[in-house]
Ligand binder design. Structure first.
Ligand code: BGC
Length: 755
């Protein structure tokens, strides 16, 4: 399609019209020119295509579809191929249903366990979230339909989501909140990006030129179109100028008129409008030219696939020799989630499922008995339900309590206010554990919960929101038909108050200050040496893995080189299983505050008993760099780094050191406020001011010698040295009693700043 000549034929009104939706889910057609309308639909965990004229909050039904494990779960798989396959299945469903773009993945960082939408987000770690986003996008887009990575950016709370300003410094945004988007754009070019509702440092994302053009397009090279989140559009004209292309849903023509007026009055350059139209049409035609409406969609086989996927995601948090259970034993399944599992979150991602398999369904034919234990809907238990559960637990070889968060506890639209499970469920778990020491807890939740009973139960399986086949996966893992291999994509703190954003999460009024900076998740807990309930990256298996022989390809590199790190992993247990090999990098010493270690590589590998494999990782500049606010770029400070490999962020098995040398010279800018220590530590500066160096000792050569005893006691040598180190150039005038005048300081500053 010759898009440019198509645009030449369009009227101003038609062009403005194309930049907002036709209705909730379609772009506008231009019938006069034969430009068709295309549909976009929610995901990200399956296709949520609404039937008719519809709101997006779920009052009207969507078509039957398959709910895959939610992002909270899939991230825990640490399995790029798995997420890629989920993406493929969803992309293929889009083709069947004639949907051009699926609205996902959602990649916002989990800043606090309280975010109501954490179930839809991937991780607290930007590297992991980025890698998983790439896999998902590549999977969907391999089917000839697009994705919309969302919500760009810093949309980490639901509270006041349409007005709150996420206030964070540039380094925090670049190191923590942007990379999932950046990695996805650079490695997989999502067809579209969805800008978030919130403001960033005061400016709405939908009006943010820095965000949508300078960062997204100029820095990262994004080629598709930017659409708003539903209703996120601020000033439409500013939006076009900022790089926002499509407003969704329809503005009822109101904003189209504003665009037309702005062009007519000369306020808006028509070229910017043409550019937005071109971007939208290019993507729409990319879909139209690849449309395959006769693509088959077998819901049942996707259902079975979703169960297989869930198996790869579940995280065995604790297991004191109790799991897997023996199929020959009588086992109690307790808790309503065994019969009616919670497997997806509420809001725009909520699917109308083709079928659901609970653990009770999946355990048919086994010696399993069920007791309800609590009522999810009423969020209560009573003595009778507890007594029934306790009785059943006592008469069984082991009890499995299916617990978790009811829908009302976490959802799009609002945040949680605490991190607890429902009181009735905690009571049930305590009672069952007291009745039968062989009690396993299986959790269904989109975000961490406190576990007051953790010392009284020997095993906990985190199922997250595992999709509609969740019960099949649970039963296979519980009875050992599958070996768990998920690892946490987030830290489980012991209590909410431990979380780094605790003091400022949610913000005051519309101002949400990200005061913890880059210390999000394990970056904070590790630095604080804080005990956590379960660390980032943690996950047990029914077998054991041994790590050995970590080798680095060099002991010294420059920041332009690629380092290869390899490690050998061996299955030393009796069962086949999958290890998630995690590689972390830490800067041993830095002039800025940095985390102890940060995830920079991971691989999931399958090993038969006794088998070993070598796993290799390639590390480039980014693995060692921080975002330098002075040069507004990634920067590696010359020095020593530690590369460590392990089974979690707190289970490091192998470490090695290397030196990385920076090839980037940062020209420091000096003023009369620059302190001597900074000048003395800069060889370049010292060279430039060689003739003046003797003048930079304001206390004179004899200082210390002539002081009385009391004076030396008052001002020790250490203090003297510190005074010198921290002395600003301007201070020398006063401390040298005029021997060095302000004009000399001026000359020194000029020399320091000379080329
Ligand atoms: C959500 C988006 C979603 C859109 C369309 C918004 O409320 O934030 O994630 O894609 O609605 O349903």
């Amino acid at each position: 399609m010759d898009i440019k000549s198509l645009i030449e034929k369009m009227t101003l009104e038609e062009k403005a019209g194309l930049c907002s939706g036709y209705d909730f889910w379609h772009t506008k057609p231009v019938e006069r020119l034969g430009i068709p309308s295309v549909m976009v639909s929610d995901g990200p965990h399956g296709l949520r295509k609404q039937n008719d004229e519809a709101d997006h909050l779920g009052i009207n039904d969507s078509i039957k579809a398959v709910c895959m494990p939610n992002a909270c779960a899939t991230a825990a798989s640490f399995d790029r191929d798995l997420i890629g396959s989920i993406g493929k299945a969803i992309g293929s469903a889009c083709q069947h249903e004639q949907v051009s773009v699926v609205l996902g993945p959602a990649v916002n960082i989990k800043r606090s366990p309280l975010c109501g939408r954490n179930f839809e987000y991937l991780s607290e770690d930007p590297y992991l979230a980025g890698e998983m986003a790439v896999a998902y996008i590549n999977g969907v887009q391999s089917q000839g339909v697009g994705t919309s990575i969302k919500h760009f950016a810093a949309n980490n709370q639901e509270h006041r989501r349409m007005s709150s300003s996420s206030n964070a410094d540039e380094r925090t945004l670049r190191e923590i909140y942007f990379p999932p988007f950046e990695t996805a754009v650079k490695k997989s070019q999502p067809w579209t990006v969805m800008c978030s509702y919130n403001r960033i440092n005061g400016t709405l994302s939908s009006e943010n030129h820095w965000l949508l053009t300078e960062v997204l397009r100029d820095d990262w090279g994004f080629e598709g179109y930017v659409m708003t989140d539903w209703g996120a559009c601020g000033d439409r004209v500013k939006g076009i100028e900022a790089g926002l292309d499509l407003e969704m849903p329809s503005s009822g023509g109101v904003n189209d008129k504003k665009i037309v007026e702005a062009v007519r009055s000369g306020k808006l350059d028509e070229k910017l409008l043409d550019q937005a139209v071109e971007r939208i049409l290019r993507i729409n035609y990319r879909y139209l030219e690849n449309a395959k409406p006769d693509t088959p969609w077998d819901l049942h086989s996707d259902h079975l696939f979703s169960a297989k996927a869930a198996e790869e995601c579940m995280v065995l948090l604790k297991n004191e020799d109790i799991l897997p259970l023996d199929k020959n034993d009588k086992i109690a399944f307790i808790g309503e989630f065994a019969e009616k599992p919670r497997f997806q979150g509420g809001g725009s991602s909520h699917l109308n499922c083709s079928e659901i398999t609970s653990a009770c369904d999946a355990a048919k034919g086994l010696n399993v008995a069920y007791a309800k234990g609590y009522d999810v809907e009423k969020d209560m238990t009573d003595d009778e339900m507890i007594a029934e559960a306790v009785g059943l637990a006592k008469s069984s070889a082991a009890a499995v309590v299916f617990a978790g968060l009811p829908d009302s506890y976490e959802s799009e639209g609002y945040d949680r206010t605490h991190m607890r499970l429902p009181e009735c469920q905690n009571r049930l778990i305590e009672a069952v554990a007291a009745a039968n020491p062989k009690t396993v807890v299986v959790l269904h939740n989109g975000s961490p919960v406190e576990m007051p009973w953790i010392d009284r139960v020997p095993a906990v399986l985190e199922a997250y929101l595992g999709g509609q086949g969740v019960g099949i996966a649970e039963v296979r893992i519980i009875f050992g038909d599958a070996n768990p291999s998920g690892h946490l994509a987030e830290t489980f703190p012991k209590k909410l108050a431990d979380n780094p954003s605790y003091l400022s999460y949610g913000g005051e009024g519309n101002e949400a200050d990200y005061s913890e900076g880059v210390f999000v998740g394990y970056r904070y807990y590790d630095k604080k040496e804080m005990e956590v309930l379960f660390p980032f990256g943690h996950g047990l298996s029914y077998t054991d893995f041994e790590y050995s022989d970590l080798k680095l390809s060099a002991s010294e590199i420059t920041d332009n080189d690629i380092l290869t790190a390899s490690v050998t992993v061996k299955n030393v247990g009796k069962r086949a299983g999958k290890a998630v090999v995690q590689l972390y990098v830490g800067d041993d010493e830095s002039s800025v505050f940095r985390p102890i270690r940060e995830l920079k590589g991971f691989e999931k590998i399958y090993l038969e008993p006794g088998e070993e494999k070598q796993v290799s990782f390639e590390l480039s500049k980014r693995a060692f760099a921080f975002w330098n606010e002075e040069i507004h770029d990634w920067y590696v400070e010359t020095g020593d780094f530690t590369v460590s490999v392990g089974a979690s962020s707190r289970d490091i098995r192998q470490s090695a050191k290397l030196k990385v040398i920076s090839t980037v010279k940062i020209k420091r800018h000096y003023t009369e406020n620059s302190i001597l220590m900074d000048i003395f530590s800069d060889p370049d500066a010292m060279r430039k001011i060689q003739p003046f160096i003797s003048k930079l000792n304001p206390f004179g050569a004899t200082a210390g010698d002539t002081r009385s005893e009391t004076a030396s006691e008052a001002i020790s040598d250490d203090m003297n040295r510190a005074m010198m180190n921290y002395m600003p150039l301007r201070g020398i005038v006063m401390f040298s009693a005029g021997a060095v005048g302000p004009e000399v300081i001026g000359q020194i500053v000029d020399l320091l700043n000379s080329d």
